[in-house]
Design a protein around this ligand. Structure first.
Ligand code: ATP
Ligand code: MG
Length: 298
C-alpha cells in the first residue's frame, strides 16, 4: 500500500536510502544483489548493512534471500520511496497527501509543492507512480524484447520507460493541447498539475454537444502534432466549464505507427459511444475521423 510507503518513507534515514539506491544500482546486473556487491556500492560494513536491512525487510522495502547466496532486491515500495526522496530533494514536492486513484497501471497521489522563489501560495500537485511491470505482462514482455538478458529487472524498466514516455509526450504537447503541465519526472514517477474539473465519466454535462466538439477538436490538434492518444475514453478526459483536459498518455503513438488508424478509430469511437449512451448524441465515426485527418492536411 502506498500509504505504508509514505509512512515508512518519513522514517528512512540517509543510510536506508543509500542501501535502497545501492540495491537499485546493483539490480542493473543482478536479480538478487549479492551482499558483497552491496557493501562495495554503499561503502557500509557488513554489520551495519545487515542491521539496517532487518528493518527494511520488515517494512517490505527490501526482499532478501540466502539461496544460492545472500542477496537482496527491491520492489515497487522501495522504488516509490526513492522517487519521492528525489522529488523532495529537488523541491518538486514538500508534502504528500492522499491517494486519489489506483489504476490498472498506476497509483496516483495528491501532494503539495512550495511556490517557486518562495512567492505565493503552496500549490496542490499530482504524483503518478507507474506500475507497468506488476500487472501488464503483455507490456512487460514487449519491453523484455529490447532487454534480452536483463529480464530480471524488467519491472523497473517497464515502469520507468512508461513514465519517461508519458513525460516526453506531456512536455511536447503542453500548452498547445490541453494536458496538465508536467512539473517533474524521476524513475517511474511523474509530478504534474492537478487537472481541473472532474472526469467525464463522473459528470452530467449541461451542454454535451459543445464538449463533444471540443474533445474532437483537441484530438484533431493532437493528430496534427503527429500523435494519437491511444487510450482515450471518458475515464481519461477531465471536463470543466469551457474546456477539457486529456490525461494518461504513456501509450500514445506517432501517426506513423503501424496501427495508427485502428488506434485513432478506437479513441474516437470510445468517446462517441459515451456521448451516445449518456446524452443520445449521434455522430458518424468515419465522418469524425475524416474531419480529424482533414485538419491535418489543411
Ligand atoms: N493530473 C491529474 N489531475 C487530477 N487527477 C488525476 C490526474 N492524473 C491522474 N488523476 C487521477 O488518477 C486516476 C488514474 O490516472 P491515470 O488515468 O493517468 O492512470 P491509469 O493507471 O492509466 O488509470 P487507468 O488504468 O484506470 O486508466 C485518474 O482516473 C484520475 O482520477
Ligand atoms: Mg486512466
Amino acid at each position: 500500500m502506498i500509504t505504508d510507503v509514505i509512512k515508512i518513507f518519513r522514517e528512512l534515514d540517509s543510510k536506508d536510502l543509500r542501501i535502497l539506491q545501492g540495491i537499485e544500482v546493483g539490480m542493473k546486473h543482478y536479480e538478487w544483489v549479492p551482499v558483497e556487491e552491496l557493501m562495495k556500492i554503499t561503502r557500509l560494513p557488513y554489520s551495519s548493512l545487515v542491521y539496517k536491512m532487518k528493518a527494511l525487510i520488515r517494512n517490505n522495502m527490501v526482499i532478501g534471500t540466502n539461496q544460492p547466496y545472500e542477496g537482496y532486491q527491491i520492489y515497487f515500495d522501495a522504488y516509490d520511496a526513492l522517487a519521492l526522496n528525489t522529488f523532495v530533494k529537488r523541491g518538486t514536492i514538500s508534502a504528500i497527501g492522499d491517494e486519489i486513484g489506483v489504476g490498472k497501471e498506476s497509483v496516483v497521489l495528491e501532494a503539495v509543492k512550495e511556490p517557486e522563489l518562495g512567492f505565493g501560495e503552496p500549490q496542490g500537485v499530482i504524483i503518478k507512480f507507474h506500475r507497468e511491470g506488476r500487472t501488464s505482462f503483455k507490456r512487460v514482455k514487449r519491453v523484455r524484447c529490447h532487454l534480452e538478458d536483463k529480464e530480471h529487472f524488467s519491472w523497473i524498466y517497464a515502469a520507468r520507460l512508461a513514465a519517461k514516455r508519458e513525460a516526453e509526450i506531456m512536455r511536447k504537447l503542453y500548452p498547445d493541447i490541453s494536458v496538465p503541465r508536467l512539473i517533474d519526472n524521476n524513475r517511474h514517477a511523474l509530478v504534474m498539475e492537478v487537472a481541473e474539473g472532474s472526469l467525464l465519466c463522473k459528470t452530467r454535462l449541461e451542454e454535451p454537444q459543445w464538449f463533444l466538439d471540443e474533445i474532437i477538436r483537441q484530438v484533431g490538434i493532437v493528430y496534427e502534432k503527429g500523435y494519437i492518444h491511444s487510450d482515450l475514453s471518458e475515464y481519461n478526459i477531465f471536463v470543466i466549464e469551457g474546456g477539457v483536459q486529456f490525461i494518461d498518455w504513456p501509450q500514445c503513438v506517432e501517426i506513423s505507427h503501424l496501427h495508427a488508424d485502428e488506434l485513432l478509430e478506437r479513441d474516437v469511437s470510445n468517446v462517441l459511444k459515451h456521448f451516445k449512451r449518456k446524452y443520445n448524441i449521434k455522430m458518424d465515426l468515419s465522418e469524425v475521423i475524416s474531419h480529424i485527418k482533414d485538419g491535418q492536411e489543411s
